[in-house]
Design a binder for this molecule. Structure first.
Ligand SMILES: [Zn+2]
Length: 361
């Protein structure tokens, strides 16, 4: 059977109406940072800017790290301590890896539904994101933003690899869908660049991070094989890294502030600590919050890993997976803690961070 799609995200047909409604009621700014076939967006977003960095690229200052992380895996930390330490580590890593003279090729295709002003910003953002991960790309990075008709014509005209629908998401995307997908070396993000573009830049960097993952770990073929598969990769890891680094890049480059989307059920209820801290469960897609739980806790898990072991540890883990190591072995070798111990630490961290038992921020 042919493999479908890839790390994709966008709204499924069934969600199109809900999505439009969400936009119309201005409840949200969209954040379909999902990436998987039939991913469903959560219509509610509660950006929680948690750090106090200056957003201008030229006057960037580092967030203050917490001394609690001088020993890895502390569990009695606040959300701000966790986030600021992770961002400190990540910005420092970006400072070290960014190559302003990067010769990695990137090709940007922007549809006519995008304003010229936005086009200029998008091109700059893609270029700078590629600079950060410059050393990891083996092939030209291809970035597309536009409606689905534009994606289909761009893919066809350039003979890019495509799914059975002629696109790159692995399913039929509504023409006006927002969101994003990544497929091998190609990333797509919808054309909803209305002002302010909210998390749109973070979605771009999220999808480009999937291209980095594919370059370092190509064997899964841009899929997320589940538990039991020889190439098993946890969803919380793949999407959490996409979400965390996507938001961190957009923030680091001064295009948006670092935040998160707190998952809720379709009834608008926040979820319990016991559920959202269960990374074992979140190794596979869950849907009490339409997969928002995988992204949210994946982002938190990534903050915990980066604050404890540095941003490069995530790159090293991905490389180890790419060299053929099983997830559990690669994780323990990179993080100096077993997956089981890490999951327990993460639960303890959540219990301390959300003392009322509900994850509401
Ligand atoms: Zn993704």
């Amino acid at each position: 059977m042919r493999k479908e799609g890839y790390l994709s995200t966008a709204i499924s047909k069934n969600d199109a109406a809900r999505w439009k409604l969400a936009i119309a009621s201005a409840l949200v700014s969209i954040i379909l940072i999902g990436c998987s076939v039939e991913s469903t967006p959560s219509p509610k977003e509660s950006p929680v800017p948690e750090s106090n960095m200056v957003e201008s690229e030229n006057s960037q200052r580092l967030p203050t790290p917490s001394a609690k992380f001088s020993t890895p895996w502390p569990t009695n930390v606040t959300a701000a301590e966790l986030t600021d330490t992770a961002l400190f580590e990540t910005y420092s890593y970006f400072e070290a890896t960014r190559q302003s003279n990067c010769d990695a090729e990137h090709i940007v295709h922007l549809g006519e539904t995008i304003s010229n002003e936005n086009k200029t910003s998008i091109e700059l953002f893609v270029e700078q994101t590629v600079e950060i991960y410059c050393e990891h790309f083996r092939n030209p990075v291809i970035f597309i933003s536009g409606n689905n008709d534009f994606v289909l014509s761009t893919v066809a005209e350039n003979n890019y690899p495509s799914d059975e629908y002629g696109g790159i998401c692995g399913y039929e995307v509504p023409n006006d869908a927002n969101g994003g997908c990544a497929f091998y070396d190609i990333a797509w993000v919808g054309d909803k660049w209305q002002s302010p573009p909210s998390n749109q830049y973070a979605i771009v960097a999220h999808e480009i991070f999937h291209i980095v993952q594919y370059n370092l770990d190509p064997e899964p073929g841009a899929q997320i094989p589940g538990p039991g598969h020889p190439l098993f990769r946890p969803v919380w890891l793949i999407e959490g890294a996409g979400d965390y680094f996507g938001r961190a890049v957009a923030s680091y480059l001064g295009f948006s502030s670092y935040g998160r989307e707190v998952p809720r059920t379709t009834n608008g209820e926040f979820l319990e600590v016991s559920y959202l801290s269960d990374l074992d469960l979140l190794e596979e897609w869950q849907d009490r919050a339409s997969r928002g739980e995988n992204y949210f806790s994946g982002q938190r898990a990534m903050e915990y890993i980066v604050a404890s072991k540095g941003a490069n540890s995530v790159i090293e883990l991905t490389k180890k997976l790419g060299s053929g190591a099983k997830f559990e072995k690669a994780f323990e070798e990179t993080m100096d803690i077993s997956v089981t111990e890490f999951y327990l630490k993460f639960q303890e961290l959540y219990e301390n961070m959300y003392s009322n038992g509900i994850v509401d921020n």
